[in-house]
Design a binder for this molecule. Structure first.
Ligand SMILES: CC(C)(COP(=O)(O)OP(=O)(O)OC[C@H]1O[C@@H](n2cnc3c(N)ncnc32)[C@H](O)[C@@H]1OP(=O)(O)O)[C@@H](O)C(=O)NCCC(=O)NCCS
Length: 325
């Protein structure tokens, strides 16, 4: 090991030195060494090793994500098969994503998805024992430096607005909020009519719906709503259409809580009530179960559609943030 890079002053009383292995290994492991400085008499130092996700099994990465996200605002329920399905759709780059270990125990994870010139921070978390020591800033600095090196033009992320620690971290690193994302929900006790359109819903290939969204949807959708993400939908994801004019993608029709991933009305048929008809038809199909649209929808994108139908905006909101290189 020989020191190639050195970063200092990441934490209030600690500094991190990053050592990178040399040699012809195309995916060099990195080692983070922390040494406590400052007035504290409890001087401490430790070494963190990292592995790119491509070198880990799905089980290892899943376990690391679950461990590092302990105490998160939204409980992280991930299994290795869900991990594969989720991150495959997001275009995770397993060579740009890392798990950091302290003596074999996960200390941090940084998951990076990539499309074209843009990187997206798909997940980032520091294990509880390591929080507040400058490690978040340090692993993010590594991720940003690597993005610059591979000639990306920007990095984006979504962060829960109420997650003050993360919002503050990203802001300090230079990310700026570009828009607010909201979600909607309908509780199972809300009165729902047995809508006449309900019986006319037909199943459709989600890939074709994703292609329609590419052609006729909003041009600048957040990463998770992009047709590129939706095109990777496979069963149990279900796409439905109403007269081939209105389309919906449902995450899993057998789930206890029904999550609607996408809605589309063909361009020439907009403003004629088809979106509302689709929402009512979905309410009828899934009567008795709560319905939700995840907190991924730009707040100015058809805000009235769900509210007029009696849905509520979810309490959690997200910022989409961006840094340009
Ligand atoms: C958010 C998180 C990643 C921060 O990592 P961390 O290693 O604790 O952060 P650092 O010690 O590097 O602190 C860097 C900056 O983050 C912010 N920050 C960290 N902890 C904070 C806290 N408890 N309250 C407010 N700001 C905080 C500060 O701006 C800090 O800069 P400063 O030290 O100059 O004040 C970490 O708390 C975490 O993993 N939380 C759970 C998972 C999560 O929320 N992931 C982000 C999802 S988008």
């Amino acid at each position: 090991m020989s020191p190639l890079n050195r970063y200092e002053g990441a934490g209030v009383s600690e500094s991190w030195t990053l050592l990178q292995s040399t040699g012809c290994d195309p995916v060099p492991n990195r080692v983070l060494v922390a040494a406590m400085h400052g007035p504290s008499s409890h001087a401490a130092s430790w070494r963190l090793t990292s592995r790119v996700v491509a070198e880990c099994t799905s089980e290892e990465v899943t376990a690391a994500i679950v461990h590092c996200f302990q105490g998160y605002l939204v409980p992280m329920r991930l299994t290795s098969d869900k991990y594969e399905t989720r991150f495959r759709a997001e275009n995770l780059d397993p060579f740009a994503s890392r798990v950091y270990y302290d003596n074999g125990a996960p200390a941090a994870i940084v998951m990076i998805a990539r499309r074209g010139w843009t990187s997206r921070l798909a997940a980032m978390a520091i294990a509880p024992d390591f929080r507040g020591r400058g490690l978040g800033k340090e692993v993010m600095r590594v991720a940003l430096e690597e993005a610059v090196k591979r000639k990306d033009r920007s990095m984006i992320l979504e962060v829960i607005e109420q997650n003050q620690a993360a919002v503050s971290l990203y802001t300090k690193l230079g990310f700026q909020p570009i828009r607010r994302l909201v979600g909607y929900e309908l509780n199972p006790d809300a009165a729902r009519e047995r809508d006449a359109d309900y019986a006319r819903l037909r199943e459709f290939d989600p890939l074709i719906v994703a292609r329609l969204i590419a052609k006729e949807g909003e041009p600048d959708l957040p990463w998770m709503l992009m047709p590129e993400t939706l095109a990777a939908s496979t069963p149990p994801v279900q796409a439905l259409h109403l007269d081939e004019l209105a389309y919906a993608i449902v995450a899993d029709p057998s789930a206890e809580r029904i999550v609607i991933r996408a809605l589309l009305v063909r361009k020439e048929h907009r403003k004629h009530g088809w979106g509302s008809r689709m929402v009512r038809a979905l309410e009828a199909v899934f009567a008795g179960r709560p319905l939700a649209v995840s907190v991924l929808v730009p707040e100015n994108l058809a805000p009235g559609l769900f509210l007029k139908a009696g849905w509520q905006e979810q309490t959690l909101k997200q910022f989409e943030m961006k840094i340009e290189f």
